[in-house]
Design a protein around this ligand. Sequence first.
Ligand code: AMP
Ligand code: MG
Length: 495
Amino acid sequence: MPGVCYSLIQPTPVREARLLAWNASLAQQLGLDASVPDAAAMQVLVGNALAPGMRPYAARYGGHQFGNWAGQLGDGRAITLGELLLADGSVRELQLKGAGQTPYSRFADGRAVLRSSLREYLCSEAMHALGVPTTRALSLLGTGEGVVRDMFYDGRPESEPGAIVCRVAPSFVRFGNFEIHAALQELDVLRRLLDWVIGHHFPQYASGTGDVADSRRYADWFREVCERTAVMVAHWMRVGFVHGVMNTDNMSILGLTIDYGPYGWLEGYEPGWTPNTTDASGRRYCYGNQPQIALWNLARLASAILPVVEDKAALQDGLEHYRATFAAQHQRLFAAKLGLRSLDRPEDESLLADLFGLLQQAETDMTLFFRGLGALEGRAAVALALYEPDALSAEQRAAWDAWLTRHSERCRDEGEPFEVRRERMNAHNPLYVPRNYLAQQAIDAATLGDLGPLQTLLRVLERPYTEQAGCEAYAAKRPEWARHKPGCSALSCSS
Ligand code: AMP
Ligand code: MG
């Protein structure tokens, strides 16, 4: 679709609109009627009807997928209905994912299956509650239609229930929206897109703010995108989130976690772990690579806007700012996870590095270890988090003991009361995260028509840092049966 930023397109109607989840508190924040949607509202939320003022479109973007330029991609199944203007003057896009084909669908059907839509709804709301920058989810509706997917890519396609998420963000513009115009030398459109994004979402860099040269404004804006991306990825590392498909078309220009696909949560701390079966051999998007990949993606964005920014050194500074911001944020967040004010002493580098080594030597649940460290005696925290506590060698035990002693001495040195430290730890170490198998259990039940497990899980994940009575099962280690079960350990992109 040469020369355009988006294409007007109507959602394709579906057979039925069945409400599976409704986010009343988000509805309220958006100034919408928060009560359970009536039949007419549900028609809008599945794309069968439009509300007054809606003018649906699909955005055009390209992207680097797994390190290679993939050309034009675009919203192949996501359709933006319009923008809501909130009381505070800010805007929120409402976008239906799975609403039918668009000019960007290529050979695909424009639809989404229940399992992937439920996973997007669940995880984006969990991330929000965890304090991680993210898009939101307003509703999840079943369509009453079957969608055929070859889930294991093994030539056995099956019909699965279809579903549509209505997701919400100030904007869904991605790095790839800029890249497509640069790749096709559409420099006027590139500049217009840049001015539009800045004008609507980064007004502090808009033209007319003093006599700053355009090139300077654009470079300052890029620096902010770098900063926001660094903050987002540092939070991913803090909570153990692995996005799974960090292609440049899945990178939000606002620094929000976007496009929940084959994502996963670390159970045992393992930097090389990726949930995405498509990435199993290369592990490009594994947990430990995420900070580097974000930088690589930002460099692609820098190349895309270079023709209009022109100042290569300024863009280079932005990338450097990413590095510095990520390092500072990562240090700050992991200091807090350990109950410390900072990790800026020379010996702190090895305190953290040695901990990562210990967590990795035997399968140790990241979430439970850090949470336990704020609540229990050190050895008990380790024992609680180990998947096979009895398998630890005497040497490994001694190494843990030595580290725990160093850690408590380091804490004592800061001289803060235990309660202050614990409060900081509990605010940075969630007790409840959407563990891969918990999401799968909610999916299995919802597929059979039982929405109870999804509702309970959503409720628990609303307060991830607060211990909730009777919710022990949601803070437990992954059971052994889930280790290799599809959906619980590994996911394909098929969604
Ligand atoms: P993703 O890997 O999900 O971020 O998607 C990459 C590209 O494929 C995007 O352009 C999507 O819009 C498109 N896409 C993914 N699934 C479908 C589908 N079922 N129908 C149409 N386009 C799709
Ligand atoms: Mg995507």
